[in-house]
Write a protein that binds this ligand. Structure first.
Ligand SMILES: C[S@@+](CC[C@H](N)C(=O)[O-])C[C@H]1O[C@@H](n2cnc3c(N)ncnc32)[C@H](O)[C@@H]1O
Length: 213
């Protein structure tokens, strides 16, 4: 769902730095050849992730939900020289597609892909993260938040995508709609957590931006 009228979205994109040729190609080929291309962050959100990465100059970034590797490339842009982005996805069919784009970028050497279930892999990571992007199965947002919290430095940032869930967060929820219930519960959990400060940004499908105190 677009929250802004299409012509305002177009205006905002026209006044946002363009995607690199590589990202544009990755965006276009995901739309042409991969299932569910709406999952890709895209131009505007990608530039937001890049801007935040440049502002923070993170040494360690964790992404939960790689898909075709678009947001990984954006988040890797501001990494320090010795920086590393670990990205997790359980869909092995997308790995070679994502890698074929990462290999065309100098940032590819800083991207460490881990294949598997996020809930299994996160506890095995012995890193302190500056920035985490939660963008996998929304039902597990709260679980991923709990699993990563102690691995984030004070002042570190967690982003969770799709927290407006196409607007369903303000509609009556059907008992059978577990995804919407999970997004609502996650948003409430963050809002009530005294260990963090947060702002729900209405960018694309909604990004919850969380700072660990
Ligand atoms: C919304 S897409 C990620 C989009 C990507 N971050 C981007 O912006 O271009 C979600 C991804 O999470 C992965 N995923 C879903 N559940 C998962 C799980 N339990 N463990 C690991 N990956 C999972 C899916 O395979 C899918 O590729």
């Amino acid at each position: 769902m677009d929250f802004l009228p299409p012509d305002l979205t177009a205006y905002a994109e026209a006044h946002t730095s363009p995607e690199s040729d590589l990202l544009r190609q990755l965006n276009r080929n995901t739309r042409a050849h991969v299932m569910a291309p709406r999952m890709l962050s895209g131009h505007m959100q990608g530039r937001f992730l890049s801007m935040l990465s440049w502002m923070m100059r993170p040494r360690r970034v964790l992404e939960i939900g790689t898909y075709t590797g678009y947001s990984a490339l954006c988040l890797a842009e501001g990494l320090t020289d010795d920086g590393l982005l670990i990205t997790i996805d359980h869909n092995e069919e997308l790995e070679s597609f994502a890698r074929s784009y990462w290999q065309q970028s100098p940032l590819g050497a800083k991207i460490d892909f881990r294949l598997g279930q996020a809930a299994t892999l996160i506890p095995t990571l012995n890193e302190t993260f500056d920035l985490v992007f939660i963008d996998a199965d929304k039902r597990n947002n709260a679980l991923y938040f709990d699993l990563i919290f102690d691995k984030i430095r004070p002042g570190g940032i967690i982003l969770a995508d799709n927290v407006l869930w196409s607007g369903k967060v303000i509609e009556p929820v059907k008992a059978s709609d577990q995804d919407t219930s999970a997004v609502l519960a996650f948003n409430q959990k963050i809002q009530a957590d005294p260990r963090v400060e947060n702002v729900l940004l209405p960018v694309r499908d909604g990004i919850m931006m969380i700072r660990k105190r």
